[in-house]
Design a protein around this ligand. Structure first.
Ligand SMILES: Cc1cc2nc3c(=O)[nH]c(=O)nc-3n(C[C@H](O)[C@H](O)[C@H](O)COP(=O)(O)OP(=O)(O)OC[C@H]3O[C@@H](n4cnc5c(N)ncnc54)[C@H](O)[C@@H]3O)c2cc1C
Length: 285
Protein backbone atom coordinates (compact mmCIF):
# COMPACT_ATOMS: atom_id res chain seq x y z
CA UNK A 1 0.00 0.00 0.00
CA UNK A 2 1.22 3.53 -0.72
CA UNK A 3 1.26 6.19 1.96
CA UNK A 4 -0.90 9.28 1.59
CA UNK A 5 0.85 12.17 -0.12
CA UNK A 6 3.26 14.06 2.14
CA UNK A 7 5.90 16.73 1.96
CA UNK A 8 9.48 15.59 2.55
CA UNK A 9 12.00 17.81 4.27
CA UNK A 10 15.64 16.92 4.98
CA UNK A 11 17.13 19.73 7.05
CA UNK A 12 20.90 19.97 7.35
CA UNK A 13 20.90 21.21 10.95
CA UNK A 14 19.06 20.50 14.19
CA UNK A 15 17.86 24.12 14.37
CA UNK A 16 16.30 23.82 10.90
CA UNK A 17 14.64 20.55 11.85
CA UNK A 18 13.21 22.05 15.06
CA UNK A 19 11.92 25.07 13.12
CA UNK A 20 10.28 22.77 10.56
CA UNK A 21 8.49 20.92 13.37
CA UNK A 22 7.45 24.16 15.08
CA UNK A 23 5.99 25.43 11.79
CA UNK A 24 4.14 22.21 10.92
CA UNK A 25 2.03 20.79 13.76
CA UNK A 26 1.14 17.81 11.50
CA UNK A 27 4.80 16.94 10.83
CA UNK A 28 6.60 13.82 11.99
CA UNK A 29 10.28 13.21 12.62
CA UNK A 30 11.96 10.42 10.66
CA UNK A 31 15.23 8.88 11.87
CA UNK A 32 15.81 5.44 10.32
CA UNK A 33 12.28 5.14 8.92
CA UNK A 34 12.08 1.48 9.96
CA UNK A 35 8.77 1.98 11.77
CA UNK A 36 7.56 5.30 10.40
CA UNK A 37 7.52 4.18 6.74
CA UNK A 38 5.58 0.93 7.39
CA UNK A 39 3.14 2.88 9.57
CA UNK A 40 2.63 5.40 6.77
CA UNK A 41 2.15 2.63 4.21
CA UNK A 42 -0.47 1.06 6.45
CA UNK A 43 -1.95 4.57 6.83
CA UNK A 44 -1.79 4.29 10.60
CA UNK A 45 0.23 7.53 10.49
CA UNK A 46 -0.39 10.10 7.73
CA UNK A 47 1.82 13.09 8.51
CA UNK A 48 1.51 16.11 6.21
CA UNK A 49 5.28 16.62 6.45
CA UNK A 50 8.11 14.19 7.16
CA UNK A 51 11.14 15.85 8.72
CA UNK A 52 14.03 13.51 7.99
CA UNK A 53 16.77 14.16 10.57
CA UNK A 54 18.99 11.45 9.09
CA UNK A 55 21.29 13.89 7.32
CA UNK A 56 22.06 16.06 10.36
CA UNK A 57 25.66 15.74 11.52
CA UNK A 58 26.81 15.23 15.09
CA UNK A 59 23.92 13.09 16.33
CA UNK A 60 25.44 9.65 15.84
CA UNK A 61 27.90 9.30 18.70
CA UNK A 62 27.98 7.34 21.93
CA UNK A 63 29.83 9.37 24.53
CA UNK A 64 31.20 8.53 27.96
CA UNK A 65 30.26 11.50 30.16
CA UNK A 66 31.60 10.29 33.47
CA UNK A 67 28.69 8.81 35.36
CA UNK A 68 26.52 8.20 32.29
CA UNK A 69 26.60 7.38 28.59
CA UNK A 70 24.98 9.70 26.06
CA UNK A 71 23.53 7.99 23.00
CA UNK A 72 22.78 10.39 20.15
CA UNK A 73 19.57 10.48 18.12
CA UNK A 74 21.12 8.84 15.07
CA UNK A 75 22.98 5.98 16.77
CA UNK A 76 21.80 2.84 14.94
CA UNK A 77 20.75 -0.33 16.77
CA UNK A 78 23.89 -2.08 15.51
CA UNK A 79 26.12 0.64 16.96
CA UNK A 80 24.37 0.44 20.35
CA UNK A 81 24.63 -3.35 20.32
CA UNK A 82 28.31 -3.42 19.38
CA UNK A 83 29.53 -0.48 21.46
CA UNK A 84 32.10 -1.65 24.06
CA UNK A 85 30.90 1.22 26.29
CA UNK A 86 27.26 0.13 26.17
CA UNK A 87 28.21 -3.53 26.57
CA UNK A 88 30.32 -2.72 29.63
CA UNK A 89 28.14 -0.12 31.35
CA UNK A 90 24.58 -0.80 30.17
CA UNK A 91 24.52 -4.46 29.17
CA UNK A 92 20.72 -4.69 29.08
CA UNK A 93 20.56 -2.00 26.40
CA UNK A 94 23.32 -3.55 24.28
CA UNK A 95 21.53 -6.90 24.42
CA UNK A 96 18.11 -5.38 23.64
CA UNK A 97 19.58 -3.52 20.64
CA UNK A 98 21.23 -6.72 19.42
CA UNK A 99 17.81 -8.44 19.48
CA UNK A 100 15.94 -5.63 17.70
CA UNK A 101 14.65 -6.85 14.32
CA UNK A 102 16.94 -8.32 11.67
CA UNK A 103 20.33 -7.10 10.37
CA UNK A 104 18.73 -4.67 7.89
CA UNK A 105 16.60 -3.13 10.63
CA UNK A 106 19.58 -2.92 13.00
CA UNK A 107 21.70 -1.21 10.35
CA UNK A 108 19.06 1.41 9.56
CA UNK A 109 16.90 1.93 12.65
CA UNK A 110 18.02 4.01 15.61
CA UNK A 111 17.91 3.39 19.34
CA UNK A 112 16.28 6.79 19.97
CA UNK A 113 13.78 6.08 17.15
CA UNK A 114 12.77 2.81 18.80
CA UNK A 115 12.33 4.61 22.14
CA UNK A 116 10.29 7.44 20.57
CA UNK A 117 8.18 4.94 18.63
CA UNK A 118 7.12 3.31 21.95
CA UNK A 119 5.90 0.05 20.45
CA UNK A 120 4.27 -2.11 23.13
CA UNK A 121 6.54 -5.05 22.23
CA UNK A 122 9.82 -3.21 21.58
CA UNK A 123 13.05 -4.36 23.20
CA UNK A 124 15.03 -1.24 24.05
CA UNK A 125 12.07 0.43 25.81
CA UNK A 126 12.24 -2.15 28.62
CA UNK A 127 16.02 -1.77 28.85
CA UNK A 128 15.92 2.02 29.29
CA UNK A 129 13.23 1.65 31.98
CA UNK A 130 15.26 -0.89 33.96
CA UNK A 131 18.45 1.15 33.57
CA UNK A 132 16.75 4.33 34.80
CA UNK A 133 17.67 6.28 31.67
CA UNK A 134 16.71 9.86 30.87
CA UNK A 135 15.50 11.17 27.49
CA UNK A 136 16.64 14.60 26.34
CA UNK A 137 14.01 16.35 24.20
CA UNK A 138 14.58 19.55 22.24
CA UNK A 139 12.19 22.01 20.60
CA UNK A 140 12.50 25.64 19.52
CA UNK A 141 11.27 26.42 23.06
CA UNK A 142 14.25 24.76 24.77
CA UNK A 143 15.48 21.45 26.16
CA UNK A 144 13.86 19.22 28.75
CA UNK A 145 14.75 15.90 30.35
CA UNK A 146 12.20 13.14 30.80
CA UNK A 147 12.81 10.15 33.07
CA UNK A 148 12.21 6.79 31.39
CA UNK A 149 9.60 6.01 34.06
CA UNK A 150 7.52 8.98 32.79
CA UNK A 151 8.25 8.54 29.09
CA UNK A 152 6.06 5.67 27.88
CA UNK A 153 2.44 6.77 27.92
CA UNK A 154 0.58 4.12 25.90
CA UNK A 155 0.85 2.04 22.72
CA UNK A 156 2.87 4.11 20.19
CA UNK A 157 2.54 7.13 22.47
CA UNK A 158 5.38 8.70 24.42
CA UNK A 159 5.81 11.91 26.39
CA UNK A 160 7.42 13.79 23.47
CA UNK A 161 5.42 16.73 22.11
CA UNK A 162 4.90 16.89 18.31
CA UNK A 163 7.47 19.70 18.01
CA UNK A 164 10.16 17.89 20.03
CA UNK A 165 13.08 15.79 18.87
CA UNK A 166 14.59 13.17 21.14
CA UNK A 167 18.18 14.32 20.72
CA UNK A 168 19.87 11.92 23.09
CA UNK A 169 19.40 9.24 25.64
CA UNK A 170 21.34 9.41 28.93
CA UNK A 171 22.06 6.04 30.52
CA UNK A 172 23.62 5.77 34.01
CA UNK A 173 26.85 3.76 33.88
CA UNK A 174 26.89 0.55 35.89
CA UNK A 175 29.26 0.87 38.85
CA UNK A 176 30.76 -1.70 41.22
CA UNK A 177 28.31 -4.44 42.17
CA UNK A 178 25.81 -3.46 39.47
CA UNK A 179 24.66 -5.57 36.55
CA UNK A 180 21.88 -5.57 33.98
CA UNK A 181 20.39 -7.94 31.42
CA UNK A 182 17.59 -8.29 28.88
CA UNK A 183 15.89 -11.38 27.54
CA UNK A 184 12.68 -12.17 25.66
CA UNK A 185 10.54 -14.74 23.94
CA UNK A 186 10.26 -13.49 20.36
CA UNK A 187 7.22 -13.93 18.15
CA UNK A 188 9.11 -16.37 15.95
CA UNK A 189 10.46 -18.37 18.90
CA UNK A 190 13.82 -17.99 20.61
CA UNK A 191 14.75 -14.32 20.78
CA UNK A 192 13.73 -13.41 17.18
CA UNK A 193 11.30 -10.65 16.32
CA UNK A 194 9.20 -8.45 18.60
CA UNK A 195 8.69 -9.67 22.17
CA UNK A 196 5.73 -11.85 23.05
CA UNK A 197 7.14 -11.08 26.49
CA UNK A 198 10.49 -9.64 27.46
CA UNK A 199 12.16 -8.50 30.65
CA UNK A 200 15.03 -6.19 31.49
CA UNK A 201 16.63 -6.16 34.92
CA UNK A 202 19.13 -3.90 36.68
CA UNK A 203 20.46 -4.91 40.08
CA UNK A 204 22.97 -3.52 42.59
CA UNK A 205 24.54 -5.73 45.22
CA UNK A 206 26.49 -4.35 48.17
CA UNK A 207 28.22 -6.50 50.79
CA UNK A 208 26.42 -9.63 49.61
CA UNK A 209 22.95 -8.12 49.70
CA UNK A 210 20.76 -6.62 46.94
CA UNK A 211 20.24 -2.97 47.86
CA UNK A 212 18.58 -1.75 44.64
CA UNK A 213 16.78 -3.41 41.75
CA UNK A 214 14.65 -2.30 38.81
CA UNK A 215 12.81 -4.64 36.47
CA UNK A 216 10.80 -3.75 33.35
CA UNK A 217 8.51 -5.76 31.10
CA UNK A 218 7.66 -5.43 27.42
CA UNK A 219 5.14 -7.19 25.21
CA UNK A 220 2.70 -8.05 27.96
CA UNK A 221 0.58 -4.89 28.12
CA UNK A 222 -0.10 -1.71 26.18
CA UNK A 223 3.42 -0.34 26.79
CA UNK A 224 6.75 -1.14 28.40
CA UNK A 225 6.32 -0.92 32.19
CA UNK A 226 8.28 -1.16 35.39
CA UNK A 227 7.46 -4.25 37.43
CA UNK A 228 8.01 -2.42 40.69
CA UNK A 229 6.89 -5.25 42.97
CA UNK A 230 9.79 -7.44 41.79
CA UNK A 231 12.41 -4.87 42.77
CA UNK A 232 10.70 -4.35 46.14
CA UNK A 233 10.71 -8.10 46.80
CA UNK A 234 14.35 -8.57 45.82
CA UNK A 235 15.86 -5.68 47.78
CA UNK A 236 17.26 -6.89 51.09
CA UNK A 237 17.74 -10.44 49.84
CA UNK A 238 21.02 -12.19 49.08
CA UNK A 239 20.16 -12.37 45.36
CA UNK A 240 20.29 -16.18 45.45
CA UNK A 241 18.34 -18.37 43.02
CA UNK A 242 15.70 -18.85 45.72
CA UNK A 243 15.39 -15.09 46.28
CA UNK A 244 15.16 -14.48 42.52
CA UNK A 245 12.43 -17.09 42.13
CA UNK A 246 10.44 -15.60 45.01
CA UNK A 247 10.79 -12.04 43.63
CA UNK A 248 9.88 -13.13 40.08
CA UNK A 249 6.53 -14.40 41.33
CA UNK A 250 5.58 -10.70 41.63
CA UNK A 251 6.35 -9.98 37.93
CA UNK A 252 2.79 -9.16 36.86
CA UNK A 253 1.73 -7.50 40.13
CA UNK A 254 0.33 -4.05 39.35
CA UNK A 255 0.90 -4.61 35.62
CA UNK A 256 -2.06 -4.46 33.24
CA UNK A 257 -1.41 -7.67 31.29
CA UNK A 258 -3.41 -7.82 28.05
CA UNK A 259 -4.31 -10.62 25.69
CA UNK A 260 -3.22 -10.23 22.07
CA UNK A 261 -2.69 -12.39 18.97
CA UNK A 262 0.39 -13.90 20.58
CA UNK A 263 -0.99 -15.05 23.89
CA UNK A 264 -3.70 -15.02 26.56
CA UNK A 265 -3.44 -13.05 29.79
CA UNK A 266 -2.63 -16.27 31.63
CA UNK A 267 0.18 -17.18 29.19
CA UNK A 268 1.69 -13.69 29.21
CA UNK A 269 1.53 -13.57 33.03
CA UNK A 270 3.43 -16.86 33.11
CA UNK A 271 5.99 -15.61 30.56
CA UNK A 272 6.51 -12.40 32.54
CA UNK A 273 7.52 -14.46 35.56
CA UNK A 274 9.81 -16.76 33.57
CA UNK A 275 11.59 -13.94 31.72
CA UNK A 276 11.96 -11.78 34.83
CA UNK A 277 13.60 -14.73 36.56
CA UNK A 278 15.99 -15.20 33.62
CA UNK A 279 16.81 -11.49 33.36
CA UNK A 280 17.48 -11.21 37.10
CA UNK A 281 19.65 -14.31 37.07
CA UNK A 282 21.73 -12.90 34.20
CA UNK A 283 21.93 -9.43 35.79
CA UNK A 284 23.17 -10.90 39.06
CA UNK A 285 25.86 -12.92 37.34
C1 LIG B 1 11.01 -6.02 9.88
C2 LIG B 1 11.05 -5.29 11.19
C3 LIG B 1 11.31 -5.98 12.35
C4 LIG B 1 11.37 -5.32 13.57
N1 LIG B 1 11.61 -6.03 14.70
C5 LIG B 1 11.72 -5.40 15.89
C6 LIG B 1 12.05 -6.12 17.08
O1 LIG B 1 12.25 -7.32 17.09
N2 LIG B 1 12.14 -5.41 18.23
C7 LIG B 1 11.92 -4.05 18.29
O2 LIG B 1 12.04 -3.47 19.36
N3 LIG B 1 11.63 -3.35 17.17
C8 LIG B 1 11.54 -3.99 15.98
N4 LIG B 1 11.24 -3.26 14.85
C9 LIG B 1 10.97 -1.81 14.99
C10 LIG B 1 12.16 -0.99 14.68
O3 LIG B 1 13.37 -1.57 14.92
C11 LIG B 1 12.18 0.34 15.42
O4 LIG B 1 10.92 0.75 15.82
C12 LIG B 1 12.77 1.35 14.52
O5 LIG B 1 14.07 0.99 14.18
C13 LIG B 1 12.67 2.72 15.10
O6 LIG B 1 13.81 3.51 14.78
P1 LIG B 1 13.86 4.39 13.49
O7 LIG B 1 15.09 5.19 13.62
O8 LIG B 1 13.75 3.52 12.28
O9 LIG B 1 12.56 5.30 13.69
P2 LIG B 1 11.56 5.86 12.60
O10 LIG B 1 10.88 4.75 11.88
O11 LIG B 1 12.22 6.90 11.79
O12 LIG B 1 10.50 6.58 13.57
C14 LIG B 1 9.63 5.82 14.40
C15 LIG B 1 8.74 6.77 15.20
O13 LIG B 1 9.52 7.49 16.16
C16 LIG B 1 9.51 8.89 15.88
N5 LIG B 1 10.92 9.33 16.02
C17 LIG B 1 12.00 8.69 15.49
N6 LIG B 1 13.12 9.29 15.90
C18 LIG B 1 12.75 10.33 16.68
C19 LIG B 1 13.48 11.32 17.39
N7 LIG B 1 14.81 11.32 17.42
N8 LIG B 1 12.76 12.25 18.07
C20 LIG B 1 11.39 12.23 18.06
N9 LIG B 1 10.67 11.31 17.44
C21 LIG B 1 11.35 10.37 16.75
C22 LIG B 1 8.99 9.05 14.47
O14 LIG B 1 8.31 10.27 14.29
C23 LIG B 1 8.05 7.84 14.36
O15 LIG B 1 6.81 8.15 14.97
C24 LIG B 1 11.17 -3.90 13.63
C25 LIG B 1 10.94 -3.19 12.44
C26 LIG B 1 10.87 -3.86 11.23
C27 LIG B 1 10.65 -3.08 9.97
Amino acid sequence: MYPRQFEYSAPASLDEALAALANNPAAKVMSGGMSLIPMMKLRLFSPAVVVDIGKIGGLDSIEDRGDHLAIGALVRHVATANSPLVQQYAAALAKAASLTGDPQVRNQGTTCGAIAHADLAADQTAAVLALGATMVAKSTGGTREIAAADFFVDTLTCALQPDEILVELLVPKAGAGEGSAYTKLGRRGGESDYAVAGAAAWVRKTNGSVDAARVALTGVGSKAVLAAAVGDALVGSDGSATAIEAASAHAAEGVNVLEDLHGSVEYKTHLAKVYVQRALTAALT
